[in-house]
Design a protein around this ligand. Structure first.
Ligand code: FAD
Length: 484
């Protein structure tokens, strides 16, 4: 419970309109896109300036109040899930585009700016912002930075980290720092690289300068229909092995095709597996590449290869793919979207194993994924009202990650670790690896108040899976915080 004097102090910073304390309003903030985990926060603060964020964090630091930054709350790993004793700092009111610098191909924005709005602001000038999570019409740039978000087009253009040049960050003690640089190759440690993907555990980004790119001369997308997901996966490996680099290569299985049809009617071919390949660049080059990838798909058994005839058809193809997670709600009242990575060449064998695991649990799993990156998104369908089914779905989703690690992959490609996958971290990393990461965290946040109990395994939440990785810093344990 926040002391009345602290409530007064915080409300003086953001004004009464910027502070939420009512129980029913707090419910909006009790979870993110991973709705299986819910905790109402003590309070929600909605700052509008960097100065307000600094003043809030100074109070949190002085009073040792844990805080959780929140963008749009679309995260799928429980990253913005509040702790029982924490406050949420919502960045949605910091949503202004501050500067568009076309000669240097840069734009400076506040963290609450919605991803798609960056492209919308730059498109009239012939530019776009490349990282395109399927949630891009809703998720914020601040949340993208914290999760190092990806998207279909990151196969060619790289993840968020490739596109962030410089950030203004408020540290957990309220200090202001600039990480990264607007010009390339600044000397010293790559602290911007450390911050990007740190899931709100190192501070709050309040301003960012990001790279924008010239729109390609031509964009073409082809749909290839297969009888098996294994044949579609093999085509992906063969396209890359042939030296082609499409802008995007995505696979959807039959269930996710059906869900997309019910939801946004993209008019996909009815098949067991659909491969979407987008190529972009100079027209002559794209035409040649299109011939090559079409041939590869046919050699792997594609019985229909359909080129989107115009921009309207191309956008409809993507609308169907990007609606796939949300459309899973048409198949089942509840679902978990998992996010593991495997080497591309292991796609066929791992997918077979996952299907067998789902069948053994009598749970339906649909697959839609960034095939070019080997980034799987198995969607586990379940009904919370059936006793024990949610627990089995969560357990299956975590065992899927173990399979990804065993195949030489990772427990997350883009959705982050958050609360959901923190116990799987010790399956992927050895204790010295985790301890090194903890030291970095403590250097930024010695009091452990920035999004605590996320990202790393803790004894309370992970029990035996902790493997000692969360041994608290000796000075932290004695209550004397120190930056080593
Ligand atoms: C339908 C759907 C499709 C999706 N598709 C994709 C996809 O294709 N690719 C992908 O990568 N993700 C995808 N996601 C997941 C999600 O949209 C991304 O993780 C996104 O980056 C989260 O942004 P957000 O603004 O909603 O952040 P939130 O969920 O609010 O927060 C996410 C994390 O960022 C931290 N955070 C937020 N703002 C800041 C800040 N300013 N400074 C520091 N930390 C901060 C939070 O503490 C939290 O840990 C999808 C989600 C949904 C619901």
């Amino acid at each position: 419970m926040l002391k009345p004097s602290i409530v007064t102090e915080l409300s003086q910073i953001v004004g009464t309109r910027g502070m939420i304390m009512g129980q029913s309003q707090l419910q909006t903030y009790e979870c993110d896109g991973l709705t299986a985990f819910r905790v109402p926060p003590q309070a929600v603060l909605l700052p509008e300036t960097t100065d307000q964020v600094q003043r809030i964090l100074r109070v949190c630091h002085r009073q040792q109040i844990p805080f959780v930054a929140r963008g749009s709350g679309t995260g799928l790993s429980g990253g913005a899930l509040p702790g029982e004793d924490s406050i949420v700092i919502g960045l949605s009111r910091m949503n202004r585009i501050l500067n568009l610098d076309l000669p240097n191909q840069q734009i400076t924005v506040q963290p609450g700016v919605i991803n798609a709005n960056v492209t919308a602001a730059t498109a009239p000038h012939g530019y776009f912002y490349a990282p395109d999570p399927s949630s891009q019409t809703v998720c914020s740039i601040g949340g993208n930075i914290a999760e190092n978000a990806g998207g279909a087009h990151c196969l060619k253009y790289g993840f968020t980290v490739t596109h962030i040049l410089e950030m203004t960050v408020v540290l957990p003690n309220g200090d202001l720092v600039t990480l990264g640089s607007r010009t390339p190759d600044a000397p010293g440690y790559d602290l911007a690289g450390v911050f990007i993907g740190s899931e709100g555990t190192l501070g709050i980004a309040t301003e960012m300068t990001i790279r924008i790119m010239r729109k390609p001369e031509t964009v073409q997308v082809i749909l290839a229909a297969f009888d098996t997901i294994l044949a579609a996966a093999q085509s992906v490996s063969d396209v890359i092995a042939a030296g082609q680099l499409p802008a995007a290569m995505e696979i959807m299985d039959r269930l996710s095709i059906e869900a997309a049809e019910l939801s946004v009617h993209p008019n996909y071919p009815a098949c067991e597996a659909l491969l979407l390949i987008e190529l972009d660049g100079p027209e002559a080059e794209v035409n040649l590449q299109m011939e090559a990838v079409t041939k590869i798909c046919k050699e792997n058994g594609a019985w229909e290869t359909r080129l989107a005839v115009d921009e309207h058809a191309r956008l409809l193809v993507w609308k169907g793919r990007k609606a796939a997670f949300a459309a899973a709600g048409r198949l089942s009242p509840n679902y978990i979207v998992q996010d593991g990575v495997i080497p591309r060449t292991s796609l066929p064998s791992v997918l077979e194993k996952l299907n067998a695991m789902a069948a053994a649990e009598n749970l339906r799993v649909t697959n839609v994924f960034h095939a070019g990156d080997g980034n799987l998104h198995p969607i586990i369908l379940y009904d919370r009202d059936h006793p024990g089914e949610e627990e089995r779905a969560i357990d299956l989703s975590l065992r899927i990650l173990d399979v990804c690690v065993e195949a030489g992959g990772s427990i997350t490609g883009e959705h982050g670790v958050g609360r959901e996958k923190q116990c799987s971290m010790s399956y992927m990393y050895a204790d010295p690896d985790l301890e090194t990461m903890q030291r970095v965290r403590r250097a930024f946040d010695p009091l452990n108040i920035a999004n605590p109990e996320k990202l790393f395994p803790t004894p309370r939440l992970c029990g035996e899976r902790t493997r000692g990785a969360y041994a608290p810093h000796p000075l932290e344990a004695s209550g004397i915080a120190e930056v080593f």
